[in-house]
Design a protein around this ligand. Sequence first.
Ligand SMILES: [Zn+2]
Length: 232
Amino acid sequence: MANFRVHVLGAAIPSALAAGLAMAGGLVTPAVGGVCFGLGVLGGMLPDIDADNSVPTRIIFGTLAVAAAAAVALALREHTAPWLVALAALAAFAVIRVGLRGFTAWLCVHRGLVHSLPFAALVGAVAVHLAWRSFHLAPTPAWLAGVFLTGGFLIHLVLDELFSVDLVGARMKRPFGTALKLGSRRQWLGTALLYAGVIGLLTVAPPADRFVRDVTSSRTRAAIAATFAGLR
Ligand SMILES: [Zn+2]
């Protein structure tokens, strides 16, 4: 299994390159390009949220808990007594930090369904919808957001698979084949739901043909070439 640093770097370097190309090609604004980079790095950490005490679990749930506490405090601050606001924020923090984390720990066996190819597709599809519906991005940047998240996720799975081979002894350590998988026979119902969710989300996603056309267009290539020519 690759360690945390390998995962962060492994996702950050290609994400930075890809985000730079997307910005140079005029596909995204610098702000959206920055978010895409962040999503790529997040994708590189996400698969291990099913490992109870992994570093990403602590970072992700810690961040979510702080964000929830801040959101509650902001929402209540106008009409509520300060001590009640503080109490509500504390409660929100505790619910996320302890409750949600306990729930996901109960839900996910490490290297279960979360650590799989269809889950990589699911997080990307969810990101496309959020970017499109909640943040009102055009189809192309919305799809890019999903591609970055799924891309980071896939890099994580590949790194885990690579690191499960003991290069020195040239033998397989136990988890080989558990990282890059299409589902789980033991969790067949969850696997089926996962595929149904991906297919469902993709059928109501913003049109992908515009995205594909934009990414592959000669105009994008020309813009990238012009940016690099300008750098010299
Ligand atoms: Zn992993």
